[in-house]
Unconditional design. Structure first.
Length: 385
């Protein structure tokens, strides 16, 4: 097979400051690195406007995350404005230096827009994978974002959507090409697997006499975390031996704490900052339920991870969720409407009372193994070459 030299370009890569960020990109790189005929060059886009205090960690040029060496492309961006031409020139130089024959970009803006400039200036094609907010949220902020996202989409050689929902949403905003594939993010079935609950509890120092209801993700409005205090309040009124676990960080953290305090629920809630991906399986196996109350989603990685551990999920019926989560088999979907809090809370109580078949839950997502996902992407690389 012909040698494949890939430049991966995205800002969604883990770092020592945020080890769970873009783990779905790192997982791809880790598997691709196992192929002898594939050479990888990972380039992380870093906005110096926001990352000044982290620059020393990146050494301005490069840093290593576990077994992957990551080059850093620093530039400035504020909202939809930035020195994108500068970033495109830098990216092209890195692409040429690594002797790549594939440029694979993840996220439509700003990365995809920078890729569009590279194509325009240097006649270099790119593959674009879009993941969620770059399609269902960013284009709706203002007309400038929408134009830039559409340039990224409509000028890509191939577009990969991680869910059918995102492909349909892209067409709604003006994506006109038919050069796309739907390939979801994957799951490491060896890492995320069913663990005996007492072992999981022991590893994270949780008590065995509690019912644990958890949330893992960014504490942002798009994730619906502002609804958690009201949901927790309803559940705590029905069940005594309950413990809520919120893992993540974000702008709504203090608001959530204040709301929980007003319901006298702070003593029943455990807050944990971002944790290494390797520890997440213990938490998921300790949870009785994982909650995903998002206002929108492309395809949730934590959904796949929870189901892989045999833990049922209650999620908003949005985005790519119904493509994976099946009612009464691996959890429940709840429609976003005026009765969302009540209905979501009722489904939690139903889920707690049900005796779930954890092996059946895990089996429902076995086709999403990362090895299967990467084989589909390699097939695209071969077609292009």
């Amino acid at each position: 097979m012909k040698q494949i030299n890939i430049t991966y370009f995205t800002d969604m890569l883990p770092s020592i400051y945020n080890p769970t960020a873009g783990i779905f990109i790192y997982s791809r790189l880790k598997i691709l690195k196992q192929y002898k005929n594939i050479n990888l060059s990972a380039v992380k886009l870093s906005n110096m406007f926001y990352n000044k205090k982290y620059l020393s960690a990146y050494n301005l040029k490069q840093f290593d995350y576990e077994d992957i060496s990551i080059n850093v492309l620093n530039y400035f961006k504020y909202r939809h404005k930035g020195n994108f031409e500068f970033a495109a020139d830098k990216l092209y130089k890195k692409y040429k230096k690594s002797k790549s024959n594939i440029l694979h970009i993840h996220f439509a803006f700003p990365e995809g827009y920078i890729g569009y400039i590279v194509k325009k200036k240097y006649n270099t094609n790119y593959i674009l994978t879009v993941h969620g907010s770059d399609i269902h949220t960013i284009p709706f902020k203002n007309i400038n974002y929408k134009k830039m996202v559409l340039k990224a989409l409509n000028n890509a050689k191939i577009v990969i959507f991680v869910s059918k929902y995102l492909s349909e949403k892209a067409k709604e905003i003006g994506y006109k090409k038919g050069n796309y594939y739907i390939i979801p993010n994957g799951i490491d079935l060896d890492k995320f697997h069913i663990i005996k609950r007492d072992i999981a509890l022991e590893n994270i120092d949780f008590k065995s006499n509690k019912i644990y209801i958890g949330y893992i993700g960014n504490l942002l409005k798009i994730k619906g975390v502002d609804k958690l205090p009201r949901i927790f309040n309803k559940i705590s009124q029905a069940i005594n031996n309950i413990c809520f676990v919120i893992i993540g960080n974000g702008s709504l953290k203090e608001n959530i704490k204040k709301a929980l305090d007003s319901y006298n629920l702070l003593d029943k809630t455990i807050f944990i900052r971002c944790i290494p991906n390797s520890i997440i399986p213990y938490y998921l196996n300790a949870f009785d339920i994982l909650l995903i109350p998002s206002r929108n989603e492309g395809l949730s990685s934590i959904l796949l991870e929870s189901l892989s551990c045999g833990t049922p999920v209650i999620a908003s019926n949005v985005g790519g969720m119904p493509e994976i989560l099946k009612n009464n088999i691996s959890g429940y979907l709840v429609d976003l409407n005026n009765n969302f809090i009540d209905n979501f809370s009722k489904q939690i109580l139903i889920t707690i009372s049900k005796n779930w078949n954890r092996e059946k839950i895990r089996k429902s997502i076995e086709n999403y193994d990362w090895q299967n996902v990467i084989k589909k992407e390699i097939k695209i690389y071969k077609e292009i070459l």
